[in-house]
Design a protein around this ligand. Structure first.
Ligand SMILES: C[S@@+](CC[C@H](N)C(=O)[O-])C[C@H]1O[C@@H](n2cnc3c(N)ncnc32)[C@H](O)[C@@H]1O
Length: 364
């Protein structure tokens, strides 16, 4: 039998991969990884080419009507610029672990390895790399001087503004992207609790903590947001961050299939969960302490509406203007990152993932 020409073979592979992804049974990156594991005959170069083609295809698919209409009514004439931004992959941003090193020194070290790297425009800890170089073999990575973290995620941490000896809770810590940034800021003093209902995600934080040099972080897998072990911390915590589970639509450049996987009903269920989690996490805040609610969603249903309803129901929590902690941290043009007192980051405006955050102080 004659061998199939490679272009024909790769078309077949692409069709098979796309069919698998479009079942929407799994996120596209997970489905692609499974597909490549099941087809070891596909070499590394073909895998990269197929992935690039898959993600370009998913990015080009229109947003479902309910979502396009929501975003059009939010953005008006800016919607086209947003859509164009969604056609490109996100930049690769790093956060410098300032517990161990200064940003300028790390930038120079990465440049000495031939990487094209520049400071991020807003975050004081951020570096932006050109292309997608592999990082794991770099001494800066192995020594815990850098972590991959979108600049928007770094800006959100600036709103927490922990002081060194504070008690701080990262209520939805996941694999700890924000916990690590908080710990570095606190210079490993005070106490930082990383909670999540997923023990599996918290496990992924452990090797990152070991690289970072941070030792004052205590992880706890919660049964749910009303876990009774939280009671002993009620009213005692200086800073509580709720980086809530959300639709993730602010990360559409990385996960373009999310637009197909989310539904209005799903968003409604998420908003209900966000309200429950925020309400329970707020109990931990001590009088005079600060609460930060954040998502990587673009939708008002998960953002302003959740924050406003919380504020209405909790008059002892006084809203704070998000631009102020950003200004104190030296962020340029901080007011342009905020809207009606909230952090509101957009990929097409700020070249970050989409993020929202609201802040309150509990009355002293
Ligand atoms: C947006 S992710 C957190 C990302 C993380 N903060 C980071 O920076 O890498 C939301 C997290 O909320 C967790 N979660 C879901 N329901 C929760 C609940 N009821 N209480 C606490 N965490 C919850 C999820 O397991 C998930 O890890």
């Amino acid at each position: 039998m004659r061998a199939m020409p490679s272009s024909a073979r790769s078309t077949d592979w692409f069709e098979a991969l796309l069919a698998r992804v479009m079942t929407l049974a799994q996120p596209a990156d997970v489905a692609a990884a499974d597909f490549f594991r099941e087809h070891p005959q596909i070499g590394a170069r073909d895998r990269h080419a197929l992935s690039d083609r898959l993600f370009a295809h998913l990015r080009s698919l229109p947003l479902p009507d309910w979502l396009a209409q929501s975003l059009q009514s939010l953005l008006g004439p800016e919607y086209d610029a947003f859509w164009q931004a969604m056609q490109h992959s996100a930049p690769l941003d790093l956060r410098v672990n300032t517990f161990k090193a200064k940003r300028a020194a790390v930038r120079q070290q990465l440049q000495s390895h031939g990487l094209d790297v520049a400071d991020t425009p807003y975050s004081p800890w951020g570096l932006r790399l050109a292309g997608k170089p592999s990082l794991r073999e770099l001494p800066a990575y192995r020594d815990g001087l850098i972590e991959v973290q979108d600049e928007g995620s770094q800006l959100l941490v600036l709103l927490v503004e922990p002081r060194r000896h504070d008690l701080v809770v990262d209520f939805c810590a996941g694999a700890g992207g924000k916990t690590l940034a908080l710990g570095a800021w606190m210079r490993n003093q005070g106490r930082l609790y990383a909670f999540d209902t997923s023990a599996h995600r918290l496990d992924a934080l452990k090797p990152r903590l070991a690289r970072s040099g941070l030792t004052e972080v205590q992880t706890m897998a919660l049964a749910h947001e009303r876990d009774e072990r939280l009671q002993r911390l009620a009213g005692k915590i200086d800073r509580v961050l709720v980086d809530a589970p959300c639709s993730g639509l602010g990360t559409l450049r990385r996960s373009p299939d999310l637009k197909l996987r989310q539904t209005p009903q799903g968003v409604e269920a998420l908003a209900a969960a966000q309200t429950r989690i925020l309400t329970e996490a707020a109990r931990l805040v001590k009088p005079g302490g600060r609460l930060v609610y954040a998502t990587c969603s673009l939708l008002p249903q998960e953002n302003e509406q959740v924050a406003d309803a919380f504020g209405q129901a909790h008059r002892d929590f006084v809203p704070l203007d998000a631009a102020q902690p950003l200004q104190r941290a030296g962020v340029a043009d901080a007011a342009t990152l905020c809207h009606t007192g909230h952090l509101r980051l957009w990929p097409h405006r700020h070249q970050t993932d989409g993020f929202f955050a609201a802040i309150w102080q509990r009355r002293p």
